[in-house]
Ligand binder design. Structure first.
Ligand SMILES: [Zn+2]
Ligand SMILES: [Zn+2]
Length: 346
């Protein structure tokens, strides 16, 4: 008989030290399972409320149910070789039930038990959906042209930039920053934003994309919980002349390659030479290269090119730009300035 072998004081069976395994197991709760778990989800967007904070959650409902149930399980530290099987069944729109089989070993003895857990799905409208449904906003961004209307392309591009900024904000976890709506008018577009933060970043993005200037006018609209509430109106003016515009100055056509609002960087359409000049009334915009049409080339001789006007199908002779090697049968792109056609690409 081993010198260390002792007798269990409770049942009299051999034991290594103090109580024997079965008697110790009898003393403890080897696993505890919360019989009821709950969580709150937004019925509109599926966000989840934890404590008082809402977060977007990407988990499937079944995975979320599993993790709620597992969070409610705690093992005694002496349990080894944990294993569990969980199956979940929906019992109503806001209740599910989890059936668990849990097993392990404790003090060398295999243990196993089954449990049922009720999962309660609470519903509450989240902070973001509240704001959206209440048409909450903190700012309006007006995008306009300098002395002109916005083109369709500019309106579309500005709107895309706003939606991209919203995606970035939402992905960065800034739940309350979103674009409430974008309204078009004949002069341009209005972007309604839910927070000043996203408003400012959209203004920065649109301004730098178009090389435009912006101003902001905060207006005090009230007070909430001791904090002053402002609504900001931003005005972005897209310059009169933008990159890609074809302009006429003193009988010559130029393509604008850049602008700082006062000085235009251009290239001469015939010679391809770069030239900078001030934007003033003597500079006339005839169109943008994005709106160019394609015209069929009928012949090309020296610096004269013959084309078919794509609208009238009548033959025309116009100057060919230096470096244009397009021959009969090929195509060039043109813009119209009244009756005059101008080659803008080849
Ligand atoms: Zn015992
Ligand atoms: Zn929601």
């Amino acid at each position: 008989m081993n010198i260390k072998e002792t007798i269990c004081p409770r049942c009299g069976n051999p034991s290594e030290e103090g109580l024997c395994g079965p008697c110790r197991l009898h003393e403890i709760e080897w696993v505890s399972v919360s019989p009821r778990v709950e969580t709150i989800l937004c019925p509109s967007c599926g966000s989840r409320k934890v404590g008082s904070t809402w977060t977007d959650q990407q988990m499937e409902k079944e995975d979320l149910a599993r993790s709620l149930v597992i969070d409610g399980i705690s093992f005694h530290p002496d349990v080894r070789d944990h294993a569990m099987e969980i199956s979940i069944r929906d019992i109503s729109s806001n209740r599910s039930k989890a059936y668990l089989k849990i097993s392990g070993t404790c003090y060398g003895i295999p243990v196993e038990d089954t449990f049922q857990v009720l999962i309660v799905w609470g519903k509450e409208q989240c902070d973001r959906c509240c704001r959206i449904s209440g048409s909450y906003y903190e700012g309006i961004i007006q995008v306009r042209g300098e002395g002109r209307r916005l083109t369709e392309w500019e309106s579309r591009r500005a709107a895309e930039i706003a939606w991209q900024a919203e995606d970035a904000a939402q992905q960065g976890g800034d739940r309350l920053s979103f674009v409430s709506s974008i309204d078009s008018s004949k002069d341009g577009i209005d972007i309604i934003v839910s927070s000043r933060g996203i408003g400012q970043s959209i203004v920065t993005d649109i301004s730098s994309y178009f090389g435009a200037r912006s101003t902001s006018h905060p207006k005090l609209v009230g007070e909430k919980e001791g904090k002053r509430l402002y609504r900001v109106t931003w005005l972005i003016r897209l310059p009169r002349v933008v990159r890609g515009d074809i302009v006429l100055l003193k009988g010559d056509y130029y393509q604008v390659t850049g602008s700082d609002g006062t000085t235009l960087r251009t290239k001469h359409l015939l010679t391809q030479q770069p030239r900078s000049f001030r934007d003033d009334e003597s500079v006339r915009v005839i169109g943008n290269i994005r709106d160019a049409e394609e015209a069929m080339v009928t012949y090309h001789e020296g610096d004269i090119i013959g084309i078919l006007d794509p609208k009238t199908h009548l033959p025309l002779e116009i100057p060919a730009p230096d470096g244009c090697h397009t021959q009969a049968g090929g195509a060039v792109t043109i813009l119209r300035d009244g009756d005059q056609l101008v080659v803008v690409g080849y």
